[in-house]
Design a protein around this ligand. Structure first.
Ligand code: GDP
Ligand code: MG
Length: 288
């Protein structure tokens, strides 16, 4: 049996989380069109007859790490690299121009002394392509896979290659640390991420990425209903007003969308008590 860790690296928005979700077939990392959706590394395990692959989905390397949150994200990504990693997937998005940020990511990838696979994502999109800008990478990366994380196109050759490269382990060695636990997120974190995803999907560009969600309480109220208290935290009153919306219609919509998805994930009826707060310092308080 094969077993090992695959680290995904790429600019924000190239499709790392979508790939992990679709390769595992279960929602583990949240995705949205807004960059920096993934704030801390998320681990997900693919378990099949050939063995186990632990995918670590990183928050990406941010071009200009000036603010507190960005610095923290980069720090966490660095920490992940020191963990046991067998293979690195460097993912690029050919529908986006190569820029200074890509250069930084590549510089980062070059520092890692592990087998590397170059994955060109979003090949389902052909109308706008900057593929020639990524051509030069062919010299450095002999193993290149063009995939679509959304349609699952060409997953098979990529997974075959990963299994080929992973070390052979005996049955008795399987499941040793750090492969387990399956997903390094508790239900508080998972629900908070679901709510945050809804905020970004529904609000779009006008809301800054420094907006977050915190789950304060999960209680079994009755045999049938679970009570969840959660807060959306944002840095300015004007964002709070936008999230609440006219007569509270936006927050109601966000609450109802989140509740439906939590019910699906937990397979239970949920009462979601969702409020919005302004807290310019939440990053320092909740994201240490
Ligand atoms: P991450 O920041 O690298 O984790 O990127 P996400 O997985 O969150 O994806 C960013 C955006 O790209 C989302 O809107 C995805 O739906 C979209 N996306 C990801 N993979 C593909 C793909 O293969 N094809 C297309 N058309 N869109 C994709
Ligand atoms: Mg992501």
């Amino acid at each position: 049996m094969k077993e090992g860790v695959v680290l995904l690296i790429g600019r924000p928005n190239v499709g790392k989380s979508t790939f992990v979700n679709n390769v595992i077939g279960q929602k583990v990392a949240i995705t949205s069109p807004k960059p920096q959706t993934t704030r801390s590394p998320i681990k997900a395990l693919l378990n099949e007859e050939r063995g186990n692959i632990l995918f670590i989905d990183t928050p990406g390397i941010i071009g200009k790490a000036q603010d507190y949150l960005s610095k923290k994200i980069n720090e966490r990504t660095m920490n992940v690299l020191h963990e046991k990693v067998n293979i690195v997937i460097y993912m690029v998005d050919h529908t986006r121009r190569r820029d200074f940020e890509e250069g930084r990511v590549l510089g980062f990838v070059r520092q890692i002394n592990k087998p590397k696979l170059l994955v060109i994502n979003k090949i389902d999109l052909q109308e706008k392509s900057y593929l020639p800008q990524y051509k030069f990478l062919e010299d450095e990366f002999p193993d290149i896979y063009a995939i679509s994380a959304i349609t699952r196109k060409h997953f098979k050759p990529l997974l075959d290659k990963i299994f080929e490269l992973l070390p052979e382990v005996s049955e008795s060695e399987m499941g040793d640390d750090p492969i387990y636990p399956l997903i390094n997120m508790d239900s508080y974190g998972f629900i908070a991420e679901l709510i945050r995803e809804k905020v970004f999907l529904k609000m779009g560009e006008e809301i800054p990425y420094t907006t977050t969600a915190i789950v304060d309480e999960i209680t079994e109220r009755t045999k049938k209903i679970t009570y969840i208290k959660a807060r959306i935290l944002t840095t300015e009153d004007r964002y709070k007003r936008m999230i609440i919306g006219h007569d509270g219609h936006k927050i109601k919509e966000l609450g109802s969308m989140s509740r439906k998805e939590i019910e699906l994930a937990m397979d239970r009826k949920i009462f979601l008590d969702l409020t919005v707060e302004t807290d310019p310092h939440w990053q320092e308080v909740y994201y240490k």
